[in-house]
Write a new protein. Sequence first.
Length: 257
Amino acid sequence: LSPFMAVQSSFWPFLVSLVLFSLMSNLVLWFHLKLSFTMVLFPGLLLVTTSFLWWKDLNRESMIGYHTHKLEVSLRVAMLLFILSEVFFFVSFFWAFYDASLSPTIDVGMMWPPKGIVTLSVYSVPLLNTIILLTSGITVTWAHHSIMNNYFNKSVFSLGITVVLGVYFLFMQWVEYNEAQFSIADGVYGSTFFMATGFHGMHVMVGTIFLFYVLLNLVDCKLLYNHHFSFEAAAWYWHFVDVVWLILFISIYWWGS
């Protein structure tokens, strides 16, 4: 038998690409006040649903033995390359932020933060969210060690805490956005702040959904100490989200204010 798996026909990639295109198109139109937020929420929910179903198919293939060792190595490399692409995605936001903040132009009053911008307190919600994400990084590592040592109850408990912390982070970010005295339309500061923190929040949401899906598999006893790549992929993604937040906190919230 071949150590590699012949990929079967699937309509999920095509469907997910359509949903992503619809989501981004509606998001741009929402920015220009030409659509209601409901038209953004609907493709977002579709994206979550299709992602769950796609992951379910991949999990089924793994459980019936299609994912050989060589294929798992390929999946690990693919996940690392995906995270690398996400790194460069956020590099563009940090580049824009530092380009504007290190040499502020006359348009923003030759100062940073720009004249008239009331920044958020770094010691309020941003500091709390930093503690939340650092704690979640510890709990997801605890879950990994528990899975490796076949501690079922500890792995479920620690991974459940991680998911709850992810949801709590998103709630606190929503509170922060409501308290902010500036918007995405307030020049370069508002656009760089909300684009960087907003896309990070979206990644936290995706990571939380990913971890919740892995938690469901763990409860169903579908993860083994020597066969749990889905958890490892979710954990790598979560640690990447943690690192990006630390850079955001130091750059935009602390130094930028």
